[in-house]
Design a protein around this ligand. Structure first.
Ligand code: MTE
Length: 320
């Protein structure tokens, strides 16, 4: 995959912003015409909105068809998005104000090819697949999500990391005018930042998601682009990413800064290492009935076979 940085693009190749906007208008108008002229019936459009934009995607290497996805409505209405609210329902509603189009991502640091890229240019060069993964929140609830996305490692390699790039830092969008909690530093310092070791970021399980359930990602779940690292607690899976930095030294992520004794850099799912205020031994599966037993939490959220070797010489109690 080749991504051109702004510096490498010839002036003649750059789409004039007015043409770019015009093109978008044309696509929208074309879509409206198709609907009104019943080339596509409104019902089919409704079905497409409700059901799928992407059909028959191939499956990512570690996607597990045997897992039963959590009902989409639950995942969409029970979100952690602290920029908007500390309440899982309110964050869902308030996130609808997020402006996600156009969207660009700045890529900097220890790499040969820095630049700022439109998301649509990034997507054009990636193969979208479906990844049915477990997702375990540090709050001891879990779900199974059929993400639509692409390999994070494949994207990162295109920026040509230098041998000095040991960590990758991700930064979420900063839109204080519509994100009430960003108006002060309540709970966390903003913008939300997270980070991975470079080998973790390059691991084939790590993905960038742009959709779920065959549809585009709902705003409250991290649209237009979020990280998904299924063997780590959910707070590592940062939403609405606008910046990627390749670093020599480990950055301090938002949660580690706010409560270093509770949220470590690694955040690998581990039933043997309790959170200081609760056990991590079991989890409530989203959507399970009142009398359904809790699920026994697995080391690395069940992905040990794939990832344990990355931590073989480490004391996981110390590096939690
Ligand atoms: N990313 C941003 N920018 N802001 C957040 O508050 N919450 C994290 C993570 N990514 C969060 C975030 C936490 S704590 C979890 S558990 C997951 O997103 C929740 O993802 P979901 O709301 O799609 O279930």
């Amino acid at each position: 995959m080749i991504i051109k940085t702004k510096n490498e693009i010839l002036a003649s190749e750059i789409t004039d912003p007015s043409i770019f906007k015009e093109r978008r208008k044309i696509i929208k108008a074309l879509f409206a015409t198709l609907v009104s002229s019943s080339v596509i019936s409104p019902n089919r459009v409704l079905a497409a909105n409700n059901n799928s934009v992407w059909n028959n995607l191939s499956k990512g290497d570690f996607s597990n068809n045997k897992l039963t996805p959590t009902p989409a409505e639950l995942i969409k209405n029970y979100t952690n998005y602290y920029e908007f609210s500390f309440n899982k329902k309110d964050s869902t509603e308030l996130a609808q104000h997020l402006k996600i189009d156009p969207w660009s991502i700045e890529v900097t640091g220890e790499i040969e090819k820095p630049g700022t890229f439109y998301l649509e240019d990034i997507l054009r060069q990636q193969v979208l697949q479906e990844f049915i993964y477990r997702f375990r929140c540090v709050e001891a609830w879990s779900m199974v999500v059929p993400w639509v996305g692409f390999s994070l490692g494949n994207l990162l390699k295109t920026f040509k990391p230098l041998s000095s790039a040991y960590f990758v830092k991700f930064t979420s969008v900063h839109q204080p005018e519509i994100m009430p909690k960003q108006q002060n530093n309540a709970m966390l310092e903003w913008p939300y930042v997270e980070s991975l070791r470079i080998d973790e970021a390059m691991h084939p399980l790590s993905i960038f998601a742009v959709g779920m359930y065959g549809n585009t990602l709902p705003k409250q779940n991290g649209a237009p682009l979020r990280l998904v690292v299924p063997w780590k607690y959910g707070f590592k899976s940062i939403k609405a990413i606008v910046k990627i930095e390749f670093l020599k030294r480990p950055p301090i992520s938002s949660w580690s800064k706010s409560a270093p004794g509770e949220y470590g850099f690694y955040a690998n799912v581990n039933p043997e290492v309790p959170h200081p205020r609760w056990s991590q031994n079991s989890e409530r599966q989203l959507g399970s009935g009142l009398f359904t037993p809790r699920r026994q939490t697995e080391l690395f959220n069940g992905y040990g076979e794939q990832v344990a070797s990355m931590y073989s010489n480490m004391d996981l109690r110390h590096f939690f």
